[in-house]
Design a protein around this ligand. Structure first.
Ligand SMILES: Nc1ncnc2c1ncn2[C@@H]1O[C@H](COP(=O)(O)OP(=O)(O)OP(=O)(O)O)[C@@H](O)[C@H]1O
Length: 256
């Protein structure tokens, strides 16, 4: 079942960078990775999918809904963006930040229930951040904050998760922890579209990878089709060596 559909997308910042000719179909339960050089348009594409920007041409549908024609509350039940720039302006505790993820599920008059609280605590446990529950969000390290923001996305319980580079700030143990959390979300039927700077993390986790360059998605395919010396050289304009992971068989890329 198709969950995300992008057709002939064109979007331009006022007189500047543009995304062009993007066509993509993502199925339910698929883990789709996006890689590409800095400034190639990865974050812009996620912002269009979540409805922050409206493209000048083409269509985007998430579960049949067009983001910019659907109310924010309804969209918030379908899709969430774990973004690189989550900067709450008040001194919220970790628990309060994650509780915000439950807002789309609450009615106007009701506060969070005991069940919501349980969901929040479970999600903090899942990302290994339960020990910070009462801490001021801003007193956490950047990697700890990223895991809390992932917990907030998990409690929002949307069909689609968009993730903008989650693992770059994390140590190896946490890359593995977050990777396992994302695998569990996928196994539970969630559809994930995630930007990665680490090609090998994308290769390990994704069913398919899309390669962005200069605002276009120049290649999509399973990791062995995309993580090749030729594709990576053309994309990043530098030389790579690609080997096979001895345990998983997935491609592993190294700078030459
Ligand atoms: N609000 C904006 N107005 C004008 N140009 C913008 C705006 N936001 C981003 N850009 C430009 O659009 C281009 C694509 O940016 P984007 O953040 O989508 O790239 P990216 O592939 O996610 O990069 P990175 O890997 O560095 O995070 C960049 O050249 C950026 O300078």
């Amino acid at each position: 079942m198709e969950i995300v559909r992008i057709e002939n997308l064109f979007f331009q910042y006022r007189g500047g960078f543009s995304l062009k000719n993007i066509n993509l179909s993502v199925k339910k339960g698929e883990f789709f990775g996006i890689i590409g050089p800095n400034g190639s348009g990865k974050t812009t594409l996620l912002k269009i999918l979540v409805g922050i920007f409206r493209p000048q041409k083409g269509t985007v549908q998430l579960l049949g809904r067009i983001p910019w024609e659907t109310s924010r509350k309804e969209m918030a039940k379908i899709v969430t963006l774990v973004s690189q720039d989550f900067f709450p302006s008040y001194d919220f505790s970790v628990k309060e930040i994650v509780e915000m993820g439950r807002l789309p599920h609450l009615s106007l008059l009701s506060g969070t229930s005991r069940k919501d609280e349980e969901i929040v605590l479970k999600s903090l446990e899942l990302t290994g951040t339960l020990k910070f529950v009462d801490r001021n969000f801003w007193t956490l390290s950047s990697g700890e904050r990223r895991k809390v923001v992932l917990s907030k996305a998990i409690v929002q319980d949307t069909e689609i998760l968009l993730i903008d580079e989650l693992t770059a700030h994390l140590d190896y143990n946490n890359v593995s922890l977050v990777g396992n959390v994302l695998k569990r979300l996928k196994e539970s039927g969630k559809t994930i579209i995630s930007v990665f700077h680490d090609i090998n993390v994308a290769s390990a986790l994704c069913d398919r990878i899309g390669v962005m360059k200069n605002g276009e998605m120049i290649k999509t395919g399973a990791p062995p089709e995309v993580v090749t010396e030729e594709v990576l050289r053309n994309t990043f304009e530098t030389e790579f060596v690609v080997l096979e992971h001895p345990v998983t068989g997935r491609p592993l890329a190294f700078l030459k």
